[in-house]
Design a protein. Structure first.
Length: 180
């Protein structure tokens, strides 16, 4: 039996929850992705970011840079307009966002215990970051329509097989915050 549409499926504490958006960069969002276009992922991610910012919850934006490269490829910054004052930007040099960064320390100093994920690619940057987060003890939430991969099969394998074992899979509409 499912809950009525008027009841949120997931109620989050804004002081202990962060939205983690992975690799929403022009050169990655513009790639051919499935089961939805990168622009559709971006729309869902921006909606989530608005929800989080309105609730005064942390938004974390992770992007990748090539190690040792003097100059990064064009489109290596975050999608224009995505970042806002107060967001936490993390630059990674591996598939996941924890290895070799200070992400864990920065989340812990803010008292964050739950991470809500979106980004590209579902089975690469998102899943790698989420697996490390799970190993570190964070509670995990995955927003299905805020992610895409290079093939629909790769996306579906993560969303249908892996993510339910690691945390909770939801839609954008399922993400709500508790009132203080």
């Amino acid at each position: 039996m499912t809950a009525p549409d008027t009841e949120p499926r997931l109620a989050l504490d804004p002081s202990r929850t962060a939205l983690v958006l992975v690799d929403l960069m022009d050169r990655i969002v513009g790639l051919p992705l499935e089961p939805r276009k990168g622009t559709d992922v971006l729309v869902a991610a921006e909606e989530l970011a608005r929800t989080f910012r309105t609730a005064a919850a942390l938004v974390v934006l992770i992007r990748v840079e090539r190690s040792g490269a003097v100059e990064q490829p064009p489109g290596s910054g975050l999608v224009t307009g995505l970042a806002r004052d107060g967001d936490l930007e993390i630059v990674k040099r591996t598939i996941g966002g924890f290895q070799g960064t200070d992400l864990d320390e920065r989340l812990r100093e803010r008292g964050i215990t739950t991470l809500v994920f979106g980004g590209v690619a579902t089975n690469l940057g998102v899943e790698s970051t989420a697996r490390a987060a799970g190993d570190l003890g964070y509670d995990l939430v995955f927003v299905e329509e805020a992610m895409a991969a290079f093939t629909a099969a790769e996306h579906d394998a993560s969303v249908r097989l892996d993510f339910p074992r690691l945390g909770t899979v939801v839609t954008v509409g399922d993400v709500h915050f508790t009132r203080p």
